[in-house]
Design a protein around this ligand. Structure first.
Ligand code: ADP
Length: 334
């Protein structure tokens, strides 16, 4: 999981910063969101006012942080970065909000993990650019109103449905990021390979793209692992077989499934004869948090047709059994 999992490690953070596209035009794919967002930004430029608040939803690694940076860049505005888990008290949020400057873009990653009191403070800040700071406790507590400069909030969440409706409704625009096509991932890879000074053939790019789970972050990560492999094996130009051998070494299979994905399918097939089984049970069996299984592994497994959601729980499709190299059980065995 450390090599090809989903949470960025230190090397990756530095590399991600370097590989991030800086302008909306350099941002590959997501045509719909890009088009909508460019209207929102253009209109705000024409009005000379801060852009509407933007909510970006989608699985990790699809470009939400990158888009927040691009929004700030295109608006020529400073960017402040925070995250839901870092905002546990209303005071944490008040401190951030009260230090914002006019037009600043505030990015809150994993905004669904903010605490309730902070969330409630955010409602008023978003709507009226105002907060009430509570001073003191109990009967003696007073609230001091504080005006804020107009700012643009960019919230990111793995699923818009995780947000309470009152918060969701306060965003002027919600963009849903989709998994990338193989062609789009090849574009991301080509650009990154150029920056890493790597030589990769067209087939090599295709091989890496097909194993990247539709996710640019994973594509870039696999590219770096292929670079390591090529360096150690003195391979000058990475072709299909080199890429495929390298990625086999890192346990990323042909369909892009990593260890967690396969663990979920294996648990489902071997422990529950293909299901149906509840999500939390599955999560315990694979030793992950329910949210990780639900927002990281499951969307991709569903998209690839390995797993289906039913009212009674998750079930493995025939394709899952086949992919794991197991015989598909007959009707009575299930
Ligand atoms: P998220 O915030 O959704 O988890 P990030 O914005 O951090 O994802 O993106 C992860 C990595 O993927 C970054 O290094 C970024 O350069 C790359 N990336 C994401 N989307 C794109 C894109 N559309 N074009 C090029 N690179 C991208």
């Amino acid at each position: 999981r450390e090599v090809v999992g989903t949470s960025p490690v230190a090397e990756e953070k530095a590399m991600e910063a370097a590989l991030r596209p800086k302008a909306l035009d350099d941002f590959v794919g997501q045509k719909t969101v890009r088009g909508q967002l460019s209207l929102v930004l253009e209109s705000s430029r024409l009005r000379g006012a801060a852009a509407d608040h933007v909510l970006l939803s989608g699985p990790p690694g699809l470009g939400k942080t990158t888009l927040a940076m691009i929004i700030a860049g295109e608006m020529n505005a400073p960017l402040r970065i925070s995250s839901g888990p870092a905002i546990q008290h209303a005071g944490d949020l008040a401190a951030i909000l009260s230090s914002l400057t006019e037009g600043e873009v505030l990015f809150i990653d994993e905004i669904h993990r903010m605490s309730r009191p902070a969330e409630e403070m955010l409602y008023m800040a978003m709507e009226d650019f105002r907060v009430d700071i509570i001073v003191g406790k109990g009967a003696g507590a007073t609230s001091i109103p504080l005006d804020l400069p107009a700012f643009t909030l960019v919230g990111a969440t793995t699923r818009a449905g995780l947000l309470p409706a009152p918060l969701r409704d306060r965003f002027g625009f919600t963009g849903h990021l989709e998994y990338y096509s193989a062609e789009e991932l090849e574009l991301v890879l080509r650009r990154s390979a150029g920056m890493l000074d790597m030589s990769v053939s067209t087939h090599g790019f295709a091989e890496i793209a097909s194993r990247s789970r539709g996710t640019p972050r994973i594509a870039n990560r696999l590219l770096r692992r292929v670079r390591d492999w090529a360096l150690v094996h003195s391979v000058e130009e990475v072709g299909r077989s080199a890429a495929s051998e390298a990625l086999d070494t890192y346990e990323v299979d042909r369909r892009g499934l990593d260890r967690l994905d396969r663990a979920v399918l294996e648990a489902l097939c071997t422990k529950f004869r293909g299901g149906p089984v509840g999500l939390s049970t599955l999560a315990i069996l694979v030793g992950e948090e329910t949210e990780t299984v639900e927002t990281v592994a499951e969307p991709y497994l569903v998209r690839e047709g390995f797993l289906a959601r039913t009212p009674r729980g998750r079930i493995a499709t025939d394709a899952a059994w086949t992919h794991l190299g197991l015989p598909i059980p007959s009707g009575q065995e299930r």
